[in-house]
Write a protein that binds this ligand. Sequence first.
Ligand code: DOR
Ligand code: ZN
Length: 345
Amino acid sequence: MTKITLTQPDDWHVHVRNGAMLKTVIAHTARQFGRAIIMPNLKPPVTTVKQALSYRKEILNALPADSTFQPLMTLYLTNQTSVAEVKQVAESAFVHAFKLYPAGATTHSEAGISTLVTVYPILEAMEKYNIPLLIHGEVTDEVCDIFDREAIFLEKILTGLIQQFPALQIVLEHITTKEAVQFVESAAKNIAATITPQHLLYNRNALLVGGIRPHHYCLPILKRESHRLALVKAATSGNPKFFLGTDSAPHLSHLKETACGCAGCYTAHAALELYAEAFEKAGALDKLEGFASFYGADFYQLPRNTKTITLEKQDWLVPDHYGENDISVTPLKANEMLAWKVSAF
Ligand code: DOR
Ligand code: ZN
């Protein structure tokens, strides 16, 4: 196959930041996706509908003039979140979900939750109003091995959470293990998951073999090959519980290429192309449209997009970096060739 036309996809998990970084990255996401679920882990975090609306405006103002891209906003769940705020989300046309970060799990997660019971009344209200909870599913115990943190979270936290709130809509974000695949497959239909391009394309060797590669460092961290294979199988299975969420997470290049580098892979520059590569390798390009363009919209009970987007087999070199002046972001596969290119809308 040398050309594929798909219904325009959406990105159900992306970090676009704010200020100068937002201006550098937003056109990449808006070039290919109709909509995107925007992560709220700014500094300070986006915790109220009022803040989300002002962040939404900032994103809209940073878009290229002819763009019809729609940012779908989320709120950062904290110990201070109130039931009244949940009600406001339920009444808002622009805010679509809450994001749960276990405190200390990842970038800007300091304001996250350390004891889940504290927010039980909030989760109860979200269940009542049918507002999805998006979860960064990793435990943070210091003694827990970083490669086991997702699997342990499922056992120790998520199982109990679902028992407590069986009707709550949950997206387990950026899953990285076969345990998470199995968990989501066997859970009820209100439990879904997003999968990133880097977790479909790489295993943990990509971080460490031949030298340490900070641009492959993200959280949850890349796992061993058997997990990557389970993720590819899930993404290409046609099961609507698994859908596209890039977790594209830009950081300044020098803050990744340092003694203590930030977590996050920047993939927005070529998101659909990267997924196409993974699906093609699995012989499953025919399953890309469901994963990229249908299942996420269906889960969020939003209409599917009506435009189309075309990918063509065309080699192109990923630049060394994006941005100008003091902004430099190193993309995934910098200085490497990609085989697919989005060519038309
Ligand atoms: O690698 C990551 N980067 N994982 C996250 O959960 C957060 C993200 C970021 O905001 O940089
Ligand atoms: Zn993320």
